[in-house]
Design a protein around this ligand. Structure first.
Ligand SMILES: *[C@@H]1O[C@H](CO)[C@@H](O)[C@H](O)[C@H]1NC(C)=O
Ligand SMILES: *[C@@H]1O[C@H](CO)[C@@H](O)[C@H](O)[C@H]1NC(C)=O
Ligand SMILES: *[C@@H]1O[C@H](CO)[C@@H](O)[C@H](O)[C@H]1NC(C)=O
Length: 271
């Protein structure tokens, strides 16, 4: 019923409105194509994908585990990734983004990705992982890493009596401008990691006092939180605190004397 009324009404409508309607359609398409053509210059020229980077990222994605605050204990548990007895070797590439690496880590990250194919071809490839401090800042702070760098771990299997021998960790500095894929690969293939001394200090992520006390991740949150607060906020906080404090203690007096008008200001309306 309703349909037929509409159908009947349609021809009348279309004849009455034909020209404006056509014009509207034209205008619509005109606008659409105009906006498409204005969008095209940028959209139609995508950044030419770098085939090596794309291939390397694919290989890296298949071979490199992403370490996060949530999964790191599970992933790095001895015996978790490989069933082979002995010591498990890990190479963890630490990277960052716009905030944590000022956007300067993309190049070295790609270089590391390119090295993954070389490293994986070794007869006894290490476990590979990537830690992105942009997304996992708490873990990065807990482990006190620098960006970019390689964390080299040797995680021993638990002994027969279930006691855990200690993990060896090396913080290997990486030059973000000059690091090459063969250099990354040589850390494992030629055991160049041995040129860096193992770290055995207070912040050792597995056997340091903080780690043993289970305080490493809370410490990471603390440092991460402090780093998050921008310095201007700290300045405002200090200024607010001192104004309030000074205003209460000395405000009226100082205001009257004209000694410290800034400190007296908040107290003035109270008088
Ligand atoms: C490196 O590989 C990872 C996968 O492990 C990928 O997420 C990342 O985008 C790659 N980085 C670059 C710069 O290609
Ligand atoms: C990082 O910064 C670059 C340039 O300033 C920008 O194009 C890009 O979108 C930013 N990336 C993220 C994840 O914010
Ligand atoms: C990184 O390499 C560049 C070029 O070789 C060099 O100029 C720079 O000093 C190096 N940076 C560090 C921290 O070693």
């Amino acid at each position: 019923m309703r349909t037929s009324t509409v159908l009947l009404a349609l021809p009348a409508l279309s004849t009455a409105q034909q020209f404006p309607f056509v014009d509207q359609v034209k205008a619509f398409f005109g606008q659409a194509s105009a906006s498409i053509s204005s969008a095209i210059p940028e959209a139609s020229i995508p950044p030419i994908p770098n085939p090596i980077a794309a291939g390397a990222a694919a290989i890296a994605a298949a071979n490199v585990q992403r370490l996060t605050l949530d999964n790191h204990e599970r992933v790095l548990r001895p015996g978790a990734a490989t069933a082979s007895p002995g010591v498990e070797e890990w190479m963890i590439f630490v990277t960052g983004g716009n905030k944590t690496c000022f956007g300067n880590c993309k190049g070295v990250e790609q270089t590391f990705n390119e090295s993954v194919a070389l490293i994986s071809a070794s007869p006894s490839p290490p476990n590979l992982a990537l830690l992105d401090c942009e997304t996992d800042g708490v873990l990065c702070n807990a482990w006190t890493v620098t960006i970019p760098s390689i964390l080299h771990l040797q995680i021993p299997q638990p002994l027969a009596d279930q006691s855990k021998p200690s993990t060896t960790i090396r913080y290997i500095a990486v030059n973000r401008t000059s690091a090459t894929a063969p250099e990354f690969a040589a850390l494992h293939l030629q055991e160049k990691y041995k040129e860096t001394q193992p770290y055995d200090g207070f912040f050792h992520p597995f056997s340091g006092p903080l780690a043993i006390a289970g305080a490493l991740i809370p410490f990471g949150y603390l440092m991460w939180g402090i780093a998050k607060v921008p310095s201007w906020a700290i300045m405002i906080g200090i200024s607010f605190f001192s104004r309030t404090f000074m205003g209460r203690r000395f405000g009226p007096q100082a205001g009257r004397d004209g000694q410290a008008p800034a400190a007296a200001a908040p107290a003035a309306p109270a008088q």
